[in-house]
Design a protein around this ligand. Structure first.
Ligand code: 8YV
Length: 338
């Protein structure tokens, strides 16, 4: 009997999802959540046919050296700035990600941060839990926040998640503006009730600016001191994209000086550490990179990553046709070689 192909899973996953892999493969799954350095990643990838990795696993040319059996790396996330796609393609390794399945959950969470930051939910809860709610009635003018309804929602990066955030704006009677490298088809703009403006106009007009850009070298510090200075002093910034798109030190300075009213952040430069100035401010809502973390969505992401590995290694109903490849050229090369 030929040995089963080997698959490494870099993060603990739902047992029933792992069981789907085990039907076809010899699975080595990590039991604890931790970051794997380059040497360890290289050693893990050296003798497996497939791998499921997380955003903390940086897969580049150096870790692929010696990974002779490796055919597929499935990323547990839609963003894939942790993968060097050119290096994977050169090595003939298929890469995949988890688009679509997380769109609506991340859009929901962007709204959670918008609302919480505008209405000071985090700070008010800390105050209540600290027993500071006075016995008599609270002052009528205490805990005043910003309204969300009827304001201007600005979205920077209008992919699927940006569109989901925009569509929700209609229910809050908001004017929706967006900026994107390419204009959306008119039908999509209509469905999202969104209008394209320049990046500068977006910064100037948004009452709520939500970042949903991919993290590329060009987008590093896309929002820094200059951009923040162009925004309204009453504006709220929300980042559900990637740490590093915002200059966190500049943001903390703007929040402290009143240059910007509030922020809601799910992602940070250098996660899991968070800039100490952000930790000490009350006008920012902080969450630990959980925008996609609903029960259904995290399961759907894990299952989609597994679907990609099963298909890429030639098993299951979609053998040879992984559902969400990032470098499909690898597949056509494999077919033409066969
Ligand atoms: C993470 C994300 O994948 O999909 C992305 O790009 O950033 C998240 O959904 C998730 O936090 C798992 O680490």
């Amino acid at each position: 009997m030929t040995a089963k192909p080997k698959v490494w899973v870099s993060r603990p996953l739902f047992p029933d999802v792992l069981a789907r892999l085990a039907e076809h493969f010899d699975v080595q799954a990590e039991a604890i959540e931790r970051k794997h350095g380059p040497d360890e990643l290289k050693a893990r990838l050296a003798d497996v046919d497939g791998a499921l990795v997380g955003l903390a696993d940086r897969v580049d040319a150096s870790v692929l050296e010696g990974a002779r059996r490796l055919k597929v790396v499935a990323n547990l996330g839609v963003g894939h700035n942790n993968l060097d796609l050119d290096a994977l393609t050169r090595a003939g390794v298929l890469a995949s990600n988890t688009p679509e399945v997380l769109t609506e959950s991340v859009a929901d969470f962007a709204w959670a941060l918008m609302l919480a930051a505008a209405r000071r939910v985090g700070a008010a809860e800390r105050w209540l839990r600290a027993g500071q709610w006075p016995g008599s009635n609270m002052r009528f003018d205490d805990w005043l926040g910003l309204d969300v309804h009827g304001r201007t929602l600005g979205i920077l990066g209008m992919g699927r998640i940006g569109q989901g955030i925009a569509r929700r704006g209609f229910g809050f009677d908001m004017r929706v503006l967006y900026h994107n490298r390419t204009r959306l088809p008119e039908a999509v703009e209509r469905e999202c009730h969104a209008a394209l403006v320049s990046r500068d106009e977006l910064l100037r007009q948004a009452d709520f600016l939500v970042l949903v850009l991919p993290f590329t070298p060009e987008n590093r510090h896309a929002i820094g001191a200059l951009e923040l200075s162009r925004m309204k002093r009453s504006a709220v910034l929300v980042n559900v994209a990637r740490g590093g798109i915002v200059d966190d030190a500049a943001l903390a300075a703007a929040l402290r000086s009143g240059q910007l009213a509030a922020a809601g952040l799910d992602v940070f430069e250098g996660e899991p550490s968070v800039h100490p100035d952000l930790l000490s401010l009350e006008n920012v809502v902080l969450s630990p990179h959980i925008a996609s973390a609903s029960e259904e969505t995290r399961r759907a992401m894990a299952n989609l990553a597994v679907d990609n590995v099963i298909a890429a290694l030639g098993f299951g109903e979609s053998a040879g046709k992984p559902p969400t490849p990032l470098n499909p050229a690898v597949l056509s090369r494999a077919t033409s070689k066969a």
